[in-house]
Design a protein around this ligand. Structure first.
Ligand SMILES: NC(=O)C1=CN([C@@H]2O[C@H](COP(=O)(O)OP(=O)(O)OC[C@H]3O[C@@H](n4cnc5c(N)ncnc54)[C@H](OP(=O)(O)O)[C@@H]3O)[C@@H](O)[C@H]2O)C=CC1
Ligand SMILES: CC[C@](O)(C(C)=O)C(=O)O
Ligand SMILES: [Mg+2]
Ligand SMILES: [Mg+2]
Length: 489
């Protein structure tokens, strides 16, 4: 039964609106988990990388894997053993655990919980990094078990990369109100978040419900669905207009991370300021048009997430052995962008902006729309900021590595399903818009690099960009990110 839908409206709103930014002074490191046994179930994208960070933070981490993963030396077994972690079956590892982190795919959660719950010691804690199982499936957990969530707003690989840079990724923590028998859930979650490095980027005291509804929305729209849509459309357009395939491919593949990195450091304002003034005005106009076209689609995704329609549709596909997911994965692998060779030519950082005006416009439109749609549905601005803006470059990095294939491989299966769902609607939705697009905003410099503008128009555009609510909350939250590292300089 859907837990969110079972609550009265008053409690739904209260949970959706739970969002307190935690001051760094509220963290006293990993003390609460020192000497405790943390057993992570699953050693994939989140499991491996969270485990590495926790161990480097001085905690005792080991892994429980399926017996066949161990006997067949599957990738999860290789991940854990090559990194020197102790590994065992559920029967061997779970009874020893003070805290069990369930880092298996969401589809497996009910079965995993049914297997591990009878093995868990009395009074132990159970951790999730995404609340789908609790919120959308209404999974009930034994009363003596403390149920917490520590959800990094980032792919697993970047959880590790940011930690190694001495920073971290924004993280949502929560305690399930039905399962906090000893009242220690919050302290456990804080210590775990500190162990992953999340407290250096920003931690929000949230709820399982707020995390699920915002996470699903971010991944389906701006984070993955929008980047997939843009990659397919902009690559195809450049090739149609005579830009060489390998250049077009490289511009898109590395363009997303370059432009969104500027945004991570200084918001949409800084990303737009990297364009020449005439190009900025054009990007602004394009983004306004895109926002108008995509508003109904963003709203539909948010509505379906809130009502539970999305989760029930995806769970139908789980029952059908992921028929839709697998077909959409195949279709994505055969797009022009995925099949094209990546050029070996030099593209300077500035060229990604100058030749990627439409990419900048799409990022701006996607971030603002995701932020607006989330906040108008009861998600708080801080949470919406992390989900819609800060995480974009962390996902874009994956496209830089091995295009859409890598993005869809590293993100959760839940995110991958939602990404295809969005892109399958958004690509046709933007067909007419794309007909008007030429190489001046995709592949070449706008107006040949001329800098003439109407001052009045420029002032208006700058004001609109800087006054968007995502910029206000972003400036405040970035003020706390004192150890954020620049990736290029
Ligand atoms: N991917 C990401 O970056 C993010 C994921 N999350 C959340 O983190 C959680 C983990 O997702 P993710 O890291 O993508 O998962 P992965 O698909 O990367 O990890 C799969 C791991 O789970 C194991 N596993 C699968 N089924 C079972 C089972 N029935 N019993 C025991 N182990 C099993 C697999 O082992 P094997 O198959 O070898 O047995 C493998 O080690 C999810 O809740 C997800 O929503 C949150 C933020 C980002
Ligand atoms: C963007 C998708 C994500 O929510 C994430 C990496 O944060 C996921 O589920 O993978
Ligand atoms: Mg997420
Ligand atoms: Mg997710």
């Amino acid at each position: 039964m859907n837990y969110f839908n079972s609550l009265p409206l008053r409690r739904q709103l209260e949970q959706l609106g739970t969002c307190d930014f935690m001051d760094s002074a509220e963290f006293s490191g990993v003390e609460k988990l020192k000497g405790k046994k943390i057993v992570i179930v699953g050693c994939g994208a989140q499991g491996l990388n969270q485990g590495l960070n926790l161990r480097d933070s001085g905690l005792d981490v080991s892994y429980a894997l399926r017996a066949e993963a161990i006997s067949r030396k599957r990738q999860s077994f290789i991940n854990a053993t090559e990194n020197g972690f102790a590994v065992g079956t559920h029967d061997e590892m779970i009874p020893q655990a003070d805290l069990v982190a369930n880092l298996t795919p969401d589809k497996q959660h009910s079965a995993v919980i049914d297997t591990i719950m009878p093995l868990m010691k009395k009074g132990a804690a159970l951790l999730y990094s995404h609340g789908f199982n609790i919120v959308e499936e209404g999974k009930q957990i034994r009363e003596d078990i403390t149920v917490i969530m520590v959800a990094p707003k980032s792919p697993g690989s970047e959880v590790r990369e940011e930690y190694k840079r001495g920073f971290g990724v924004p993280t949502l923590i929560a305690v399930h109100p039905e399962n906090d028998p000893k009242g220690e859930g919050l302290e456990l979650a804080k210590a775990y978040a500190a162990g992953t490095g999340g407290h250096r980027a920003g931690v929000l005291k949230s709820s399982f419900i707020a995390e699920v509804k915002s996470d699903l929305m971010g991944e389906q729209t701006i984070l993955c669905g929008m980047l997939q849509t843009g990659s397919i459309l902009i690559f195809d357009k450049m090739v149609e207009k005579g830009i060489k395939e390998d250049y077009a491919c490289k511009l898109v593949q590395f363009g997303w991370e370059t432009v969104s990195e500027a945004m991570k450091h200084g918001g949409i304002t800084n990303m737009m300021d990297r364009l020449s003034n005439p190009a900025k005005i054009r990007a602004f106009e394009l983004s306004e048009e895109l926002k108008e076209l995509m508003t109904p689609l963003y709203q539909k995704h948010m509505d379906d997430i809130m009502s539970g329609k999305f989760s029930s549709t995806m769970m139908e596909d789980w029952k059908n052995d992921d028929k839709d997911l697998l077909r959409w994965r195949e279709e994505t692998n055969s797009t022009g962008f995925e099949k094209a060779p990546t050029g070996t030519m030099e593209i300077s950082e500035q060229e990604y902006f100058d030749h990627g005006v439409l990419m900048v416009a799409m990022v701006k439109a996607g971030v603002e729309l995701a932020f607006e749609t989330m906040t108008s549905s009861g998600i708080k601005a801080e949470s919406a900021y992390y989900e819609s803006l800060h995480e974009v470059p962390l996902i874009a990095n994956l496209i830089g590595r091995k295009k859409l294939y890598e993005m869809n491989k590293v993100i959760s299966d839940t995110a991958e399903y939602g990404c295809y769902l969005f892109a399958n609607d958004c690509v046709p939705l933007l067909q007419d818009f794309m007909k008007k697009i030429d190489t001046d905003v995709a592949g070449k410099s706008f107006k040949g690099g001329s800098n003439d503008v109407d001052n009045v128009e420029l002032i208006r555009v700058n004001r609109e960009i800087r006054n968007h609510p995502v910029e206000t909350v972003g400036a405040r939250l970035r003020g706390f990110m004192t150890s954020m590292k620049s990736l290029r300089y």
